[in-house]
Design a protein around this ligand. Structure first.
Ligand code: ARG
Length: 640
């Protein structure tokens, strides 16, 4: 087994350096994998180092080499100094004919390997052209299944930016694992069950069903819910007040004694069936299949699905399943009993079912409330059991707000304690909050809440202004399509370009900037490639026949090395559940491309042969950028 620390897997140089090692016999062999294998082989063939001591690393950025063998361990074993061993290896090792190794040089304790620029160019362009839209893909996941739980908004609530992050990150992970060869199952775990629907139904019964069937109806439902919760809170306050006066009466408090009649009246009011009881009753009726409760609930689910679908369509998001929490309702009683039987939960004196402290510091939680209702945890437990049985996944990935971290720690511990998910990896991919331009967290109460649809509309409008300025000559329909791709792309990229655990800011100027680390910049560089290729086609230049071996200018080599890194970036993104690795690769590639455009002319190249070779490079780069953007869920318009 050959291992190499992950230098090539990252498109980013120093910021995200080697994180581990990968088995280069896993998955497909791309040019850089071959280079690593050849270097490994060249060292082994000298007979100076045992195979298990050969570990290759990416040299520091200031070293003019592509791969290095630090000889420290091997030298210690051999009882010589590292520089001495490096020197001897460099003398004895040689690159086989036609290999990607350009040179082997000893520098102090390191043996440094450099790529042969011409052969690398030929190999990489060939791979990109051969694989096209599949360039960068892999088969490491063959035969394995991954379930991704993402988006998962709540029914009867407007989808807000908190769910955007899950939707966007989840969809990108879906593309990445699919590209890595896994069978991926995307499940939108809709929040469509629980006590809150009792409140919704009670509110509708009381005040009537909102008109319409779009976002406005959902917003109206949201308001009804808030109005109803206010009543529930008032009830609680009333009961507390009544209890307080009762105590004072007991203590013979003079003020209380004077208000006896009034207190009796207060107590009578507090004892009456209240709004909470009413909601609970509806919630129970819903669980028991009462026709009116079911009908209203179904109406809310359909309404929400329909409104969300518009957002999903714009974002290019698709699910294999939208099972939702209600789907698991029939499994809950059995599982609660099973938890008790297995000794991980017990029934307390009020009839609630409590899960013990499963690990030191892991707070206890409920599987059933004393009023017999089940909880978010209960349904998530059933969901694991179902997914395991149904899909036999190697991993289940939950893309959910970091505020739910404790929930998932408890859930995973419970599933394991009950004997489930013994072979299935359970992963919570967490993400931070979105802040507004001023750096304030978005909240309904603070009045700066942003809903997904509005956010996309605003991005579209702003992008449209940019398009109008940059390309006023384009037809209206195309301008609209570009504005949508650029606006939505900017929102998506803003979410993906950095570590998801970091909070992000809605900084429109930065998000839509044509320069800098933004989707429009990358899309623009891609469109520039397309424009050059169009011009070449108009001039009748055949870009396919170019000789890649001519591409040895440093700016060309820099682009080619970037292209060569895509497969590694995809693997690393999968390993770290990190779409930002792909985003970073896209950005670095766009930058290398812009340096290339600055230093090398394509259509006016020195010779016709160089022109066709450069056109091939431009076409391959456009393809690779499209692949990278597609993994992020971002469109690559051909004109901008
Ligand atoms: N509906 C939940 C919410 O909006 C998220 C669900 C996440 N997925 C899960 N299996 N718990 O907070």
């Amino acid at each position: 087994m050959l291992t190499c620390s992950l230098g090539f897997a990252s498109g980013t140089g120093s910021r995200y350096t080697a994180t581990g090692s990968y088995d280069i016999e896993d998955g497909m062999e791309y040019a850089l994998d071959r280079f690593v294998r050849e270097a490994h082989h060249a060292i082994a063939a000298t007979g100076l180092v045992a195979g298990h001591l050969i570990e290759l690393v990416t040299p520091k950025p200031n070293i003019p080499a592509d791969l290095a063998f630090p000889t420290f361990r091997a030298a210690k074993e051999a009882g010589v100094t590292p520089p001495h061993l490096a020197q001897r290896i460099a003398e004895k090792a040689h690159a086989p004919h036609g290999s990607l190794i350009g040179s082997i040089v000893a520098t102090g304790p390191f043996v440094n390997f450099s790529l042969d620029a011409a052969r690398l160019a030929a190999a990489v362009l060939d791979e990109v052209e051969r694989l096209g839209a599949r360039y960068g893909s892999d088969d490491q996941g063959a035969g394995k299944t991954i379930v991704i739980d993402y988006s998962s908004p709540n029914v009867a609530k407007t989808m807000h930016v908190g769910h955007i992050r899950s939707t966007i990150i989840g969809q990108s992970l879906y593309h990445i694992f699919d590209f890595l060869g896994y069978r991926v199952i995307g499940d939108n775990h809709l929040g469509d069950w629980g006590k809150q629907f009792g409140m919704n139904i009670a509110a509708i019964v009381r005040w009537g069903k909102p008109e319409g069937d779009d976002e406005d109806a959902i917003a109206a439902l949201d308001k009804l819910y808030a109005r109803y919760s206010a009543l529930v809170k008032e009830d609680v306050a009333l009961r507390e007040e009544a209890a307080e006066w009762a105590k004072r009466l007991e203590r013979n408090d003079p003020e209380a004694l004077a208000k006896r009649a009034w207190i009796a009246e207060l107590q009578a009011r507090a004892a009456q069936p209240n709004h909470d009881d009413e909601a609970r009753a509806w919630s129970l009726k819903l669980e028991q299949g009462d026709p009116l409760a079911r009908e209203l609930w179904q109406w809310m689910v359909d309404l929400t699905l329909k409104a969300n679908q518009r957002n999903y369509d714009r974002l290019g998001v698709r699910f294999d399943y939208t099972l939702g929490e209600s789907f698991y309702a029939p499994m809950l009683d059995g599982l609660i009993q099973e938890a008790i039987d297995k000794g991980v939960a017990y029934r307390d004196e009020d009839g609630a079912v409590v899960v013990d402290e499963l690990a030191p510091g892991l707070p206890t939680f409920l599987l059933r409330r004393s009023d017999s209702g089940t909880l978010y945890h209960t349904r998530d437990l059933a969901c694991i059991v179902y997914r395991e049985r149904e899909f036999r996944p190697a991993k289940i990935i939950y893309v959910v707000d970091s505020r739910q971290e404790l929930h998932f720690r408890q859930l995973f511990a419970l599933a394991r304690a009950m004997g489930y998910a013994q072979e299935t990896e359970l992963i919570h991919v967490k993400f931070g909050t979105i802040f507004d331009q001023q750096g304030r967290p978005l909240s309904t109460r603070a009045g700066n809440m942003v809903y997904l649809a509005d956010l996309l509309d605003e991005a579209h409008a702003r992008a449209r202004a940019v398009v109008d300025q940059a390309s006023p000559e384009l037809p209206e329909v195309e301008k609209e399509a570009i504005a949508e791709a650029v606006g939505v792309g900017a929102v998506v990229y803003n979410d993906l370009y950095q570590d998801p655990r970091r909070d992000i800011r809605l900084d429109w100027e930065r998000m839509l900037a044509i320069e800098g680390n933004s989707a429009p910049y990358i899309q623009y560089m891609h469109a520039r490639c397309c424009s050059i290729l169009r011009k070449a086609a108009d001039e009748g230049v055949d870009a396919e026949q170019g000789d890649a071996a001519l591409l040895t200018h440093p700016a060309e080599t820099a682009v080619i090395k970037q292209l060569a890194k895509l497969p590694g970036a995809v693997r690393e993104a999968g390993e770290r559940y990190a779409p930002f690795v792909i985003a970073e690769w896209c950005y670095e590639t766009a930058r290398a491309l812009s340096a290339f455009y600055r230093d090398c002319s394509v259509l006016k190249a020195e010779t016709p042969a160089l022109r066709t070779a450069r056109l091939r490079l431009v076409a391959a780069t456009a393809q690779a950028l499209r692949n990278g953007l597609a993994l992020l869920g971002i469109k690559a318009p051909e004109r901008m």
